[in-house]
Design a protein around this ligand. Structure first.
Ligand code: GDP
Ligand code: MG
Length: 168
């Protein structure tokens, strides 16, 4: 069976663990523990008559674990860079995370941008238009998700899988 490695990166608290948990367990925990170091989960999905094993590397955003990141990024086919639509700093930090990935992989990796927590409409700071503009500048596929409601989570993982398949 084909195995695809995907790493999730971005600031602490943007919802990386919640996105993965929603996808794998169809559940949401309002009080997640912050990820320590790196967690690993996998799930098999069926797409275009193929079974594909997705290995999901859930990294911690904290400074003290940054040294662990390069090896996970190096071994992944695709990096999902996540920010929180209610947190301007996490949006601005997309550039930092992109730089981190590029330093390790050059152009040799597929990158997705994800804006999470779209359910928090009252607290939203980054509009869809602003996000689209940023993603299009870089030419990246982008998704807006809510791990809480599940909006766009399945679609995100389907698109991620197809992107890797089409790149092989
Ligand atoms: P991580 O540090 O990037 O792994 O972020 P977590 O997945 O631990 O989430 C941080 C906090 O944000 C937790 O309290 C989550 O319950 C919450 N959270 C994550 N995703 C969403 C979402 O889509 N909507 C809302 N309202 N809260 C979310
Ligand atoms: Mg986490």
């Amino acid at each position: 069976m084909n195995k695809f490695k995907i790493c999730f990166i971005g600031d602490e608290g943007v919802g990386k663990t919640s996105i993965i948990t929603r996808f794998i367990y169809q559940s949401f925990d309002p009080d997640t523990q912050s990820t320590v170091g790196v967690d690993f989960l996998s799930k098999t999905i069926n797409i275009e008559n193929q079974s594909i094993r997705l290995q999901l590397w859930d990294t911690a955003g904290q400074e003290r674990f940054r040294c662990l990141l390069p090896s996970y990024i190096r071994n992944s086919s695709l990096a999902v860079i996540v920010y929180d639509v209610t947190n301007t700093e996490s949006f601005e930090n997309l550039d930092f995370w992109l730089q981190t990935v590029k330093e390790i992989r050059g152009e040799d990796v597929i990158i997705f941008y994800v804006g999470n927590k779209t359910d928090l409409t009252d607290q939203r700071k980054i509009s869809t238009e602003e996000f689209e503009k940023k993603a299009q500048e870089k030419g990246f596929i982008h998704f807006e998700t809510s791990a809480k409601t599940g909006t766009n989570i399945k679609q995100l993982f389907n698109k991620v899988t197809l992107a890797i398949m089409n790149n092989e």
